[in-house]
Write a new protein. Structure first.
Length: 153
């Protein structure tokens, strides 16, 4: 009887240790990547412009070296997968062979103003969804954020 109890206590202890290891490994990987969100301030005046604020809620800062604003048709599949097909003329703003140096510090923010020539339309007149695609030093693939929905919803 005592052997049975000690055997089960050993198994439970080993399982608890393994689960704790998995959580620590996941926490280690999660804390090494920036966690970015986007908040928009949209206006109809091109002089004032639209402002897209990038918020970083992680321990690690990052640098943005390239960004684009791209439009996609407002289908459910495009909103779920955020596919950007090659050959589809969908860019509204592009750096055109130039790069940017935008630092987003840990637990900080960075603002991207789109004024005058870079101002984009939004609201009921918009017929496509507008996405901000950013390339950072922390990830290989771009991160896509929905900035303005079609129809202003």
């Amino acid at each position: 009887m005592e052997d049975n109890v000690s055997l089960w206590l050993t198994r439970i202890g080993a399982l608890t240790g393994f689960i704790a290891f998995v959580f620590k490994a996941w926490e280690f990987v999660r804390d090494r990547r920036p966690s970015l969100r986007v908040v928009t301030s949209l206006t109809g005046d091109a002089g004032v412009g639209n402002t897209v604020t990038i918020l970083n809620s992680s321990k690690v800062g990052t640098s943005i070296y390239y960004l684009t604003l791209e439009a996609l048709p407002p289908t459910r599949l495009n909103r779920l997968l955020r596919r950007f097909p090659v050959g589809f003329a969908h860019k509204e703003f592009d750096l055109e062979y130039d790069t940017a140096k935008i630092d987003v510090p840990a637990y900080g923010q960075a603002s991207l103003p789109f004024t005058d020539d870079d101002h984009f339309a939004w609201g009921a007149s918009r017929t496509t969804d507008l996405y901000l695609r950013i390339w950072t030093t922390a990830r290989r693939r771009p991160i896509n954020f929905l900035v303005a929905r079609a129809g202003g919803n």
